[in-house]
Design a protein around this ligand. Sequence first.
Ligand SMILES: [Zn+2]
Length: 184
Amino acid sequence: MKLDILAFGAHPDDVELSCSGTIINEIKKGKLAGIVDLTRGELGTRGTAAIRDEEAAKAATIMGLSVRENLNMADGFFELSEANKLAVVKMIRKYRPEVVFANAFDDRHPDHGRGSKMVSDACFLSGLVKVETILNNEKQTAWRPKVIYHYIQDRYFKPDFIVDISDSMDQRILALKSICIPIL
Ligand SMILES: [Zn+2]
């Protein structure tokens, strides 16, 4: 399945908290969107990884996502390793999005900055034909998204553009209600 938008979050609530309104806007226009979470958020103060899986699935349904996957990296401790970058490359090549959303460059939670760098690097690497990846026994083809947008979460930074999500606000609030309000 080819997606228009693929949003990555270090934790399974980053995307909902930061840019779910924008994604819902685009889905309403007929675009196909998905979320890939890097970790299961197992270090979150409230709840467990299993609860977060359920919440993430619920939020995905409310938002109208076509797919939601989790790469099961170590919450709090994942590294910018070759293996982790290739895991992200595989997702980019699997869904061939035009637009990628990623965490903020620098944020309160250190995973957000590292996640941001991981996804940016992977978007570049994914376009290199000599970076070989295999998924389900099939060699993947290179794919580079047209653009990466970094969303604001905890720390403010001056946005390059803003999106009017008034028409998607109710749906966004429903999606947020289905996830834990995090204390990270
Ligand atoms: Zn987070």
